[in-house]
Design a protein around this ligand. Structure first.
Ligand code: EPS
Length: 358
């Protein structure tokens, strides 16, 4: 499976091409609405006020409601770009933004919006993954996620049922007013903040992934790091493993199941049958209205102030994006597993997986 995206935040449209998708998956334009709405701006006062319809047009690869096996092309037209917001910084670099490295690499500046570096690009990842989630669900694999840190705030308890009931994808309903107040104060101050998202796949059989090149965890890390604003990825215990003893970290196996999941469902690049658990760190958004000294494209010192519609915490909209990347990697690995090993199922002893804990 291969997904590529195209389009800029302020261009006429964004889109993706999905190559290698098996035939026969039922898909209709309305299937995309749910996940695209979960990711969209303007869902609450805590995200960018830009209002895009995010209506998906299926251009190819689907006939009479099912995938045909040929490349699937999806298109979403941009309807609410406001390029004049960027006039003030068209020749200046926002500290912490890709403006600078794009300029160094290409020597050309598209002054309309964030272009390819905009969170708008992630729309098409979520759209492509609607198909992957559907294909995985037919095989008993489900993917879900939540926010597990906003700035310094962490959930007091983990209740999956709470996640879809608030704009933060937060797993503790009684803390939501605290998050609202935190974000209101932050927005008022003109600053931004980072976040940590956790995504979990359940029902993945043992055996998906590859032992050296194309390890499941390596591909997940690459996929998550390819989302803009991501600065860190952990699988299972992640960096906590640094301070663990081997006797603590190892996941004890019993006929009834593993007793823990520090491995995050992956050993040696191959799934264990336990939930796959991935944590992703998002940096604070760099487009701030707080003035900061910086440089223009000629190297002159200038003051940088970014106005316009920006997310004070891009992590708030990131849960469906991380779910999407997890689903796409899993579908790709499942297809590769099928190509090499056919339907060879798990060999005995098969240890039951466990429910995920955040
Ligand atoms: C973004 C800035 C804002 C956001 C945008 C991401 O848009 P604009 O480019 O018009 O200033 O609204 O996010 C989306 C439009 C989206 O669909 O995610 C940025 O700086 O990354």
């Amino acid at each position: 499976l291969r997904v590529t995206t195209f389009g800029e935040s302020h261009g006429p449209a964004i889109g993706c091409v999905i190559d290698g998708c098996p035939p026969g998956i039922p898909i209709a334009p309305e299937d995309f609405a749910h996940d695209l709405a979960r990711r969209a701006t303007g869902r609450s006062r805590h995200t960018s006020a830009r209002h895009e319809d995010d209506q998906v047009e299926i251009l190819s690869g689907v006939y009479e409601g099912v995938t045909t096996g040929t490349p699937i092309a999806l298109l979403i037209r941009n309807v609410d770009a406001r390029s004049k917001d960027y006039a003030r910084i068209a020749e200046r670099f926002r500290p912490g933004h890709a403006d600078y490295t794009y300029w160094q690499k290409y020597g050309i500046r598209d002054p309309r919006g964030g272009g390819r570096a905009s969170a708008r690009e992630t729309t098409m990842r979520v759209a492509a993954a609607v198909i992957a989630k559907k294909w995985l669900a037919q095989r008993g694999v489900t993917v879900r996620g939540c926010m597990v840190q906003l700035g310094e705030l962490v959930p007091r308890r983990h209740d999956w049922d709470a996640v879809e009931g608030n704009p933060f994808f937060w797993p503790c309903a009684e803390q939501v007013p605290e998050l609202e107040a935190y974000m209101d104060a932050l927005r008022k101050s003109g600053d931004s903040v980072g976040a940590r998202i956790q995504v979990v796949a359940e029902g993945v059989p043992p055996g998906w992934g590859e032992p050296v090149y194309g390890k499941l965890d390596a591909e997940l890390a690459a996929a998550m790091m390819s989302i803009n604003a991501v600065k860190g990825v952990e699988i299972g215990a992640g960096f906590t493993a640094v301070t663990q003893k081997g006797s603590q970290h190892r996941d004890v196996m019993t006929p009834q199941g593993f007793l823990s999941n520090h491995a995050g469902g992956i050993l040696g690049g191959i799934s264990t049958g336990q939930p796959i658990v991935v944590s992703v760190a998002f940096k604070p958004t760099s487009s701030l209205r707080l003035p900061v000294p910086g440089l223009d494209v000629d190297g002159n010192p200038v003051e940088i102030v970014t106005t316009g519609r920006h997310d004070p915490c891009v992590g708030i909209r990131a849960t469906p994006i991380c779910e999407a990347m997890l689903a796409l990697v899993l579908m790709d690995q499942a297809l590769r597993h099928r190509a090499q090993c056919g339907d060879v199922g798990p060999v005995t002893p098969r240890i039951p997986g466990q429910m995920a804990e955040c």
